[in-house]
Design a protein around this ligand. Structure first.
Ligand code: PEP
Ligand code: MN
Length: 340
């Protein structure tokens, strides 16, 4: 990271950026309180720190030794401050709720769910249009612009922001026209090209942890989004592979220690998804509360007016009354942790 002097001219900044680019690296630039801060992205072996330090207008070159520099606490705090995701207030004191069906099934379905969620405490309406299904023989999501349009309309009518998952660069470009936040699902956490693509689109991105990924890997892959000069990233813990034989009781194992660790390591807000983690609606309220107790900035829950009729993930989907109870309990718990 290169910190420029307050007195640095545009020519000084241009010349530093040009030198970094000539070294075969990329830059992200940020102006903080009038001072230019230049983040360097790419293969560190190509970097000539002595040359850059000697350029006019350079105050200092700060080496950041962790592998996830751009999303790391040090850089994030210096460059971004902490309350950067103004779009939904996440990462501030507000506990944010993302709620909605696993998949958008029809215009009627998503508008009805949105209208029932309005006023319950939900902030962001979720609904999958491009579903990452395990079986090619199951419903893959409506995969249409119509479905994205219904999601947007449902959110707008009810004062909710919207989020949907994208699996390809093409999806990202189309979905960005309709929703406020793009989701990269667990299965795509390792897809560098997709991460760079959603980064370039410039919308806030919710990145789910792969069920086989370490916490460091989640941070390093979030870095691919940040490297496209998109700092608006929300991390999501949604469970890792369970140990032992079978998955009779839980679908995954919710790794709640990840929440305080991520808060220690990064400036990014962290959401907990108890629905996909447990796969079982009776476990969702307790695990949502546990997520809040662990310090989550938000909770993502699958909700449907008729959970058993959900086309996807019915077993883990809760009804509206249960969602209301979850919001109430989580808010009380959150208040308690702030009072302590
Ligand atoms: C989802 O949120 O719809 C989803 C498919 O979740 P995950 O990527 O965590 O499995
Ligand atoms: Mn689902």
């Amino acid at each position: 990271m290169i910190i420029m002097k307050l007195s640095a001219t545009d020519d000084d900044i241009y010349s530093v950026v040009d030198s970094v680019l000539r070294m075969g690296l990329r830059v992200t630039t940020h102006r903080i309180n009038g001072r230019m801060v230049i983040g360097i992205v790419g293969d560190e072996h190509l970097l000539d720190v002595d040359r850059l330090s000697a350029l006019p207008g350079v105050k200092e070159c700060l080496p950041l030794t962790i592998p996830y520099k751009l999303v790391g606490k040090e850089y994030g705090k210096t460059v971004l401050g902490t309350e950067f995701l103004e779009v939904c207030g996440i990462g501030t004191h507000k506990l944010v709720f993302i709620a909605g069906p696993c998949a958008v099934e029809s215009e009627y379905q998503i508008r009805k769910i949105a209208s029932e969620l309005a006023g319950t405490g939900a902030d962001i309406l979720r609904g999958g249009v491009f579903k990452p299904r395990t079986s090619v023989h199951s419903f893959q999501g409506l995969s249409s612009e119509d479905a994205l349009c219904w999601l947007r309309m449902a959110g707008k009518e009810c004062g909710l922001l919207t989020i949907t998952e994208v699996r390809t660069e093409e999806h990202a470009k189309i979905a960005a026209e309709y929703v406020d936040i793009l989701q990269v699902g667990a299965r795509n956490m390792y897809n560098q090209d997709l991460l760079a693509a959603v980064g370039r689109v410039g919308k806030p991105v919710l990145l789910k942890r792969h069920f086989g990924a370490g916490i460091e890997e989640l941070l390093q892959f979030a870095e691919y989004i940040a490297a496209e000069a998109n700092p608006n990233i929300i991390l999501c813990e949604r469970g890792i592979l369970p140990v032992g034989k079978g998955r009779q009781f839980t679908r995954y194992t919710l790794d709640l220690a990840a929440v305080p660790i991520l808060h220690r390591e990064t400036y990014l807000p962290v959401v907990v998804d108890p629905s996909h983690a447990t796969g079982s609606r009776v476990l969702v309220p307790a695990m949502a509360a546990a997520g809040v107790a662990a310090g989550a900035d938000g909770i993502m829950i699958e909700v449907h007016y008729e959970p058993d009729e959900s086309w996807v993930d019915a077993a883990q989907t809760v009804d509206i009354d249960t969602f209301k109870r979850i919001v109430k309990e989580c808010r009380e718990l959150r208040k308690l942790s702030y009072e302590l």
